[in-house]
Design a protein around this ligand. Structure first.
Ligand SMILES: NC(=O)c1ccc[n+]([C@@H]2O[C@H](COP(=O)([O-])OP(=O)(O)OC[C@H]3O[C@@H](n4cnc5c(N)ncnc54)[C@H](O)[C@@H]3O)[C@@H](O)[C@H]2O)c1
Ligand SMILES: [Zn+2]
Length: 365
């Protein structure tokens, strides 16, 4: 079992990583004195909910559950309201713990419900996708979408604990797994050359769901994210580095319609666009650029944007992204070399357009 601490004073918490955790009755019995409400979705409830409920009931935990429909389109206030109504109907008070059993969508909704129910209750993240295990379950960003924008309603609310069981990944569709690998590769590029090289050497083991490789990889990503979150909990400084490839990626997700391109797929193409920008801006090393692109391809991730999009489509969406700074100037994360990156807000639009064009399949039409 691996443990990582997110150091945030009296809001510090542990991330526990192992396989078989959720089948371990002693684990659930840790919560014995609490009232617990599990929040999950229809897909996960079919596979895992009964098993977990049985273990909790054996441990004499008062547990109820809410099952939400599956999908990003349900990451909204209606789902938050369902959770709050269930809590109120069962007279759950401020001593309640919510358990988010699912991917990033369930984690974000549940965390937000926990942030606002009776001015804030505790919640535990039990992430079940690779993306949520290496990224969204750590750091306390919670929230839901508004029809006018993604993640536009939310709060910073740190979990009490994050329980990462790598066994969940055995039922995860391969495309979703690859989507999570984009975030894994991202951590190496922005923060840690040694880890990048480790992923290069172990990508096949990771993709065959080797437990030791997964545990190491997830621990390393959680450590890298925990350090950033400890330094910049509220995302006013270095936390923005985690957005490598995301400004381009968000444009793809929004333009294509959410769900068509998975988040990690859009980020993967976005990373290549950021690399192309870095090649023009600071002569980013060609050999390193090829290493990154090869690794994304080995992880079954796209290195070009969607065929339907041209560079101007990206710019239109990027200019609306909440990550742009004042004065209409784009703020982009630019890798300097593998393991080092910086935020730049002085990149000429022309250079960005050329870099997107390198990754547009329709650029010559
Ligand atoms: N809070 C943050 O810091 C943060 C960071 C990154 C992303 N996010 C958010 O995370 C969300 C994306 O998360 P995601 O990629 O985990 O998607 P997701 O939660 O939609 O899960 C992807 C799909 O996999 C299914 N699934 C989940 N676990 C499974 C399992 N073990 N077996 C079988 N199927 C399983 C889900 O039901 C869903 O259909 C987005 O809403 C994004 O905004 C938040
Ligand atoms: Zn992301």
């Amino acid at each position: 079992m691996e443990k990582v601490t997110v150091s945030l004073g009296n809001r510090s918490y542990k991330i526990i990583i192992s396989s078989g955790l959720c089948n371990d009755i002693s684990f659930w019995s840790l919560m014995s004195s609490d009232k617990v409400m599990i929040v999950t979705n229809e897909t996960l409830s079919h596979i895992y909910l009964n098993k977990i409920l049985t273990l909790m009931e054996k441990s004499k935990i008062k547990v109820e559950y809410v099952i939400l429909p599956d999908g990003e389109q349900y990451k909204n206030m209606k789902s938050v309201d369902k959770i709050i109504s269930a809590l109120l109907k069962s007279s759950y008070g401020r001593d309640t713990k919510l358990i988010a059993l699912g991917g990033g969508v369930i984690g974000d909704i549940t965390g937000f419900a926990a942030a606002i129910y009776q001015r804030g209750i505790s919640f535990i993240q039990v992430p079940t996708t690779l993306l949520s295990q290496v990224d969204s379950s750590v750091g306390g960003k919670t929230g839901v979408n508004h029809i006018l924008g993604k993640n536009m309603i939310g709060a910073f609310h740190q979990p009490l604990l994050v329980i990462i069981d790598t066994d969940f990944l055995s039922s995860l569709p391969a495309r979703e797994f690859s989507s999570g690998l984009a975030e894994v590769i991202k951590y190496g590029i922005i923060l840690d050359n040694d880890f990048f090289q480790w992923v290069e050497q172990n990508i096949d083991l990771l993709m065959s769901l080797d437990k030791n490789a997964l545990t190491y990889c997830i621990r390393k990503c959680c450590e890298l994210k925990a350090n950033i979150v400890s330094d910049d909990e509220c995302d006013t400084g270095c936390r923005a580095l985690l957005n490598l490839g995301h400004t381009f990626g968000h444009a793809i997700e929004a333009c294509m319609g959410y769900g068509k391109w998975l988040h990690g797929e859009a980020v993967s193409a976005g990373i290549v666009m950021a690399i192309r920008t870095a090649e023009r801006l600071i002569q980013f090393n060609k050999k390193n650029a090829n290493k990154i692109i090869n690794l994304l391809q080995r992880a079954n991730l796209p290195i070009y944007g969607p065929i339907e999009m041209i560079a101007q489509d990206y710019l239109n969406y990027m200019m609306r992204d909440k990550k742009i700074i004042s004065g209409n100037q784009l703020r982009l994360v630019i890798p300097i070399s593998i393991g080092i990156s910086e935020l730049r807000n002085d990149i000429p639009d022309k250079l960005v357009i050329e870099s997107i064009n390198d990754c547009c399949q329709l650029r010559h039409i």
